[in-house]
Ligand binder design. Structure first.
Ligand SMILES: NC(=O)C1=CN([C@@H]2O[C@H](COP(=O)(O)OP(=O)(O)OC[C@H]3O[C@@H](n4cnc5c(N)ncnc54)[C@H](O)[C@@H]3O)[C@@H](O)[C@H]2O)C=CC1
Ligand SMILES: O=C(O)[C@@H]1CCC=N1
Length: 266
């Protein structure tokens, strides 16, 4: 069983830790979570995770070190870790906009660095995680692939597509959540109590996603099955398109991708 240290128990770091335990492949005791203050790690400690406010100490005996801090916090943390990180350890960075070369520039060219871009559904084993490395595919990348397969789906991509993956998948979960909220707000306007409207919108979204996952059909093919001629679905869809629904989604994803690429030196 690997020992994992997650530097930065924030939204994604803690979600990853919870997902790994829920997967049954790790015990809380196998995972160390760090923050700048121990007092901020009360919830983590209560769940049985190891906790620390000392990044070098927490990383020294880990098989896998996950960097899960903000891009702006990374340089300082890497300087702290530099004296302890070994070439036998696998460093996984989930930090947006920071390349493997950026990490190696501080931690050393002999280090194994793999980038991973998960989303917060990792907490329930439903992440879409993209993985990239600037090294030739090998056993260490396979280790990271298996780690993230325990908590969702994995696609291995070229490193230059990592900011695009950030926008589509990591930011993307927020975009779909906002779409669900909008649907539920529409539901309230047409007569449902908020909690019913939300439940209906959530299950409808889940059904749409599962339909595509299970049939592998194209969304437009499934939409064609819903839009009866002269019917109410096509009327609603076209009204949304007149107001720029698809265009707004595409523009949002493009802006997120642009922003994701520039966060390290922000
Ligand atoms: N939130 C998300 O859905 C995703 C975030 N990411 C990336 O993950 C990274 C973290 O993002 P979030 O979790 O959203 O941010 P966050 O702010 O929730 O988490 C960062 C954590 O790092 C801790 N931290 C700060 N300085 C530290 C230090 N010196 N030592 C130890 N811990 C320290 C903070 O206390 C905080 O708990 C970012 O680089 C982001 O781009 C990647 C994929 C998804
Ligand atoms: O908003 C952000 O910058 C981070 C990266 C991807 C998801 N959250």
């Amino acid at each position: 069983m690997s020992k994992i240290t997650i530097i930065g128990s924030g939204n994604i770091g803690f979600s990853l830790a919870k997902g790994l335990v829920t997967s049954g492949q790790f015990k809380p005791d196998d995972i160390t979570l760090t923050r700048r203050s121990i007092a901020a790690l009360k919830e983590e400690a209560g769940l049985g995770f190891r906790v620390s406010d000392n990044n070098p100490e927490a990383s020294s005996d880990a098989d896998i070190i996950v960097l899960a801090i903000l891009p702006q916090q990374l340089k300082k943390v890497m300087e702290e870790l530099k004296p302890v990180v070994q070439p036998t350890q696998v460093i996984v960075s989930v930090v947006s906009g920071v390349s493997c070369a950026d990490v190696k520039a501080i931690l050393g060219q002999d280090k194994i660095v793999v980038r991973a871009m998960p989303n917060t559904a990792i907490a329930i084993g439903q992440s879409m995680t993209c993985i990239a490395s600037d090294d030739a595919p090998g056993e260490k990348v396979a280790v990271v692939e298996r780690l993230f397969e325990a908590v969702g789906s994995v696609v291995i991509i070229q490193e230059d597509l990592m900011t695009s993956a950030t926008a589509l998948c990591a930011c993307g979960i927020a975009f779909f959540l906002r779409a669900i909220r909008a649907a539920s707000q529409g539901g309230v306007e047409i007569g449902f109590h908020a909690h019913d409207a939300l439940k209906m919108a959530v299950q409808t979204a889940k059904g749409a996603a599962d339909l595509l996952l299970q049939t592998q059909n194209h969304p437009e093919g499934e939409i064609d099955k819903v839009t009866s001629p002269k019917g109410c679905t096509i009327a609603g869809l076209n009204e949304m398109e007149h107001y720029g629904f698809s265009s707004a989604f595409i523009k949002g994803i493009k802006l997120s991708a642009k922003k994701a690429g520039g966060l390290y030196n922000d």
